[in-house]
Design a protein around this ligand. Structure first.
Ligand SMILES: [Zn+2]
Length: 65
């Protein structure tokens, strides 16, 4: 199941990031057992306007891009 929610503040402008989160549900329990962020976006457009700084900041904070 995929949801979108707000995450940490943007490393570039401080606006809460929009996260696409993939939730894995167990058949036995009615709550998510694991989740994985598949995409991070800044509502202010930092990932579009400053792609190099964005990539660097996300990589150093989360270890991925
Ligand atoms: Zn931003």
């Amino acid at each position: 199941m995929k949801i979108t929610r707000y995450g940490d503040p943007c490393p570039l402008c401080g606006t809460p990031l929009l996260l696409d989160v993939l939730q894995v549900r167990s058949a036995q329990y009615d709550f998510p057992t694991a989740e994985r962020v598949t995409r991070r976006q800044c509502p202010g457009g930092c990932h579009v306007n400053q792609p190099e700084q964005w990539k660097e900041a996300i990589h150093s904070r989360y270890g991925d891009c």
